[in-house]
Design a protein around this ligand. Sequence first.
Ligand code: CMC
Length: 428
Amino acid sequence: MSETAKLVLGEKTIELPIIKGTEGEHAVDITKLRSQTGYITIDNGYMNTGSCTSDITFLNGEKGILRYRGYKIEDLAEHSNFIETSYLLINGVLPTKRQLDFFNEKIVSFATLPSGITRMLDTFPRDAHPMGVLSAGVAALSAYYPDFLDHDLSDSEKDRAVAQLMAQVKVMMAYFYRRAKSEEPVRSHPSLGYCADFMNMIQYKPGYEVDHEVAKAMNVLLILHADHEQNCSASTVRMVGSSNANVFATISAGIDALWGPLHGGANQAVLEMLETIKKNGGDYKKFIKKAKDKNDSFKLMGFGHRVYKNFDPRANIIKKACDTVLTKLGVQDPLLDIAKGLEEEARSDSYFVERNLYPNVDFYSGIIYRALGIPTNMFTAMFVLGRLPGWLAQWREQVGSPTAKICRPRQIYTGPGVRDYVPVDERK
Ligand code: CMC
C-alpha cells in the first residue's frame, strides 16, 4: 500500500497521499485537502510549497547539489557547451552529433529579427535598461508570428519556438547593445559558435577577434545559469504558460520576474555595491555592519539563497573561473579583491554563519562579465540568455503535461466583512 500522511483537524483525521521523487524527496499531496476538510494550506513566499513534479533539474540545497537531467553541473561546466546543455535541458538527453548539429542549424536559421522589431528597438532611449527592452521585444515577437498564438502547438512547432527564441533573444540583445553605444549592428556569424558569435556581435570593430578564453568563460557562465528548478522566474513562466498564453508572452513574463534584485538583478546590484565600497575607500567591514543592522534596508547583494543553506555549487565554480579568466585575460580588477575580502569577513561573522548566508551565483559572475567587456546594466540580460533554455524546458514540460492545470493559488481573506455601498456625497 502506498504511504500516506495523517492529518488531524479537530475530530477528523484524514489521510493524504505521499509523493516521492527519484532522489528520495517526499511531499504530502494536499490537492484534495480543501474538498475533504474545507482547509487550505498557507505558505507565504512559497517557502515550502512544491508547485509541480518535474524531470528537468535536481537541486539539494543542504548538500549543494545541482544536476540538469541527472548530469552534475560541475561536469557540464567542464565538458559541455551552452548549446549542448540547452539541448539536454529541453530534450532530456545529451544529443548525438547529428542531433546537436540539427539543433544548432535550427537556431542559426532564426538569426534575424523582423524589421518591425528592429524599428521598435530603435525607438527606445539609448540608455533604457536592457531588461525592459528585452521583455518588450520578446512580447512583441508575438505580433510577427501569429501562428504561435494557438496554444495547441505540435512538437515540431515547439521545437521551432525554442530555436527561434534562443536565436532572436541573442540578436535582440546584441542589436540594442550596439544601438545604446550608437554603433551599427553586426550580423550574426554562426560558424563562430553561439557564445563567440554573441561576443562578436557586441564587440566587433575592425581587427577584433573573439578570444577563445572569452568564449569559453561565457559558455561556462551560461551553463551555470541555464536552469534552477522552481525559482521565481521559472515559476512565473509556468504560471503564465499554464493559462495557455503564447510562448512569447510566457518568456517575456519570465524576463520581468528575473529583473528584480532579489533574483537575477542581483548580479548588477553586486557590482554596484562593490563599486560603492571601492568609492568608500574599500572599507567592506562598514558594509558588513550595515547588512547586519536591522534598521538599515541594505543587504549584502550576492549573499544568501532560499534553497542553498550550505553553499551554492554555481558560486564555487564561478569563483574559480573568475581567477582563471582574469589571469588569462591579464585583467586586474580591484573589485575582485574587495569581493574576496567581503566574502572572507562574512564567512567568519556569526550573523552570516548562523543564517547560512553564503555567496550565491551572482556574487562573482559580474566580475567575469566585466572582464569580458560587458557593461553592468547588461548583466541581468546575460542571465536571461543563460536561463532561456531552462524557461523553455519548464514551459514545454508544463504545457506538454497531460495533467496540466491552470496555476491558481488560493488565499485567506483578511479584509473587512460585508459593507453597504455609500453614495459619494454621503461619505464622511
Ligand atoms: N544580507 C543580509 N542579511 C540577509 C541577506 C543578505 N544578503 N540575505 C538574507 N539575510 C537575512 C535576513 O534578513 C533574515 O534575517 P532574520 O532571520 O534575522 O530576519 C535571514 O537572513 C533569512 O533571510 P530571508 O530574507 O528570510 O531569506 P529568503 O530565503 O526569503 O531570501 C534571498 C533569499 C536570496 C532573497 C536573500 O538572501 C537576499 O535578499 N539576498 C540578496 C539578494 C541576492 O543576492 N539575490 C540573488 C539570489 S541567487 C540568484 C537568483 O535567485 O537568481
